[in-house]
Design a protein around this ligand. Structure first.
Ligand SMILES: *Cc1c(COP(=O)(O)O)cnc(C)c1O
Length: 434
């Protein structure tokens, strides 16, 4: 039926077999083997094209191989790539100054992966708690939200409530307390004199693009201010234009004490993450107390500077808002046709699939066959986050393809009433020139 995603074609099958035999099985990827990418599109080893509606979990917000970011990386490759922080280099100061200005804070702690930014923030918050707030030694607690995703280190999975992420990795790091996401009253009850921070994703990405209830983040801000507690916003996935603003917190009119950034900060080229905060918070770190061999390296900083400069124009935020309206409208029209609920903020959507039709994974497999790459979140939800360079026609095609995929799944049901009316799978939009 479809020429796409033929996992039995020799090239694809060989690659899948080799990967399966020699790669740790900590992922269950869709059966596609990507060989090249440009903008919003990827091409597999058999030459099939797919519209990328995941963007490496928003790490490729600016599109694959964005020309401006590649140019910055190439120029830096020809100068210097790694010095360690034992010495200074000419990209570090400008990167930190430019990122701090973009975000509206004073200091930047550059790291590599998102999990490292979260770990760094936990260390900073604890030190701040002991040195500034005066919490007795060893008693600092950090409050987190149910359904959180903050990364994969042993400390971070210690406060995850996802059994897959957590089971059999103990003993767990103490010092965390979990309250339900969106429940300000529970948070108010949980804060006490030992609380040093509240760590939240303003929008919970991995949980399925869960938006905060009205007034929630404002209330979190008030409670933190009143309790002398740091508000740490993990914007690793929500930040850097995905939601239509530089930071998702802007939608809700709140300014946290610490921002955690990652993913898109590396421009889809290198891992770059950062903790961004004012000097009264991040200033607690003194020489020797924290570090990273690769954090803040010249290549990362040069790439990060290109990203910050691109965000400085507001163009990508604007694009995410405008395209997001298209996406939202298109997806809303599918509610009742195989979709039970849609949550959208900017160019970021969580789409709950009618469980009668199948799992989120099954929908993603079906989309793959038709040339759309998407990823399920938990169970019945798929998440859509195309690169912000996607064109309106391509977005329309992706939504039409989702509609067609759901209709196919409905038609394939053994019996009973179809959850979606039959539709033709639309053909792919023309490959953008250049
Ligand atoms: C992806 C993610 C992380 C972890 O980032 P890694 O680079 O995978 O370590 C942390 N927090 C949030 C909200 C994320 O989406």
């Amino acid at each position: 039926m479809s020429l796409l995603a033929d996992a039995s074609s020799p090239g694809v099958a060989d690659h899948l077999r080799l990967t399966d035999a020699h790669t740790a099985h900590n992922y269950a990827p869709l059966p596609v083997v990507i060989a090249a990418a440009e903008g919003a599109w990827v091409t597999d080893v058999a030459g099939n094209r797919y519209l990328d509606c995941l963007s490496a979990y928003s790490a490729v917000n600016f599109g694959h191989r964005n020309e401006r970011i590649l140019a910055a990386a190439r120029a830096q490759l020809d100068r210097v790539t790694l010095t360690s922080r034992a010495f200074g280099h000419d990209q570090l100061g400008p990167f930190c100054a430019e990122l701090a200005e973009l975000v509206g804070k004073q200091l930047v702690l550059p790291m590599n992966t998102g999990a490292e930014a979260v770990e760094s923030a936990i260390k900073v918050a604890r030190k701040w708690g002991y040195q500034v707030k005066g919490v007795p030694d060893g008693l600092a607690t950090i409050i987190v939200a149910g359904g959180n995703f903050h990364g994969r280190t042993t400390t971070i999975i210690s406060f995850s409530d996802d059994p897959d992420a957590r089971a059999d990795f103990g003993p767990y790091t103490p010092g965390f307390r979990t309250v339900p996401y969106g429940d300000a009253a529970a948070l108010a009850d949980a804060i006490d004199e030992h609380t040093v921070a509240v760590l939240l994703e303003p929008v919970q990405g991995e949980a399925g693009v869960i938006l905060p209830p009205p007034g929630y983040l404002g209330r979190v801000r008030e409670l933190c201010t009143r309790g002398n507690v740091l508000f740490i916003a993990d914007e690793i996935q929500s930040g850097l234009a995905r939601t239509g603003r530089t930071l998702a917190c802007e939608h809700y009119g709140v300014v946290p004490d610490m921002y955690l950034l990652g993913k898109a900060l590396g421009g889809g080229v290198v891992p770059v993450s950062a903790v961004v905060a004012d000097a009264d918070v991040l200033g607690v770190l003194q020489p020797g107390q924290h570090g990273s061999t690769f954090g803040g390296n010249p290549l990362a900083c040069a790439v990060g500077r290109a990203v910050v400069a691109m965000l400085g124009t507001g163009e990508y935020q604007h694009r995410a808002r405008r395209l997001g309206e298209h996406l939202h409208r298109g997806l809303d029209a599918l509610v009742g046709r195989g979709v039970t609920a849609v949550r959208c903020l900017g160019l970021w959507a969580g789409v709950d699939i009618d469980p009668i039709l199948g799992t989120g994974r099954e929908v993603c497999e079906r989309l793959l066959e038709h040339g759309v790459l998407a990823k399920d979140a938990h169970g019945a939800t798929i998440r859509l986050a195309p690169p912000l360079v996607v064109e309106p026609d391509e977005l329309r095609w992706a939504v039409a393809t989702l509609h067609a995929a759901l209709a196919e799944m409905s038609r394939d049901l053994p019996q009973g009433k179809p959850a979606a009316s039959p539709v033709q799978v639309p053909s792919q939009p023309v490959w953008p020139a250049g």
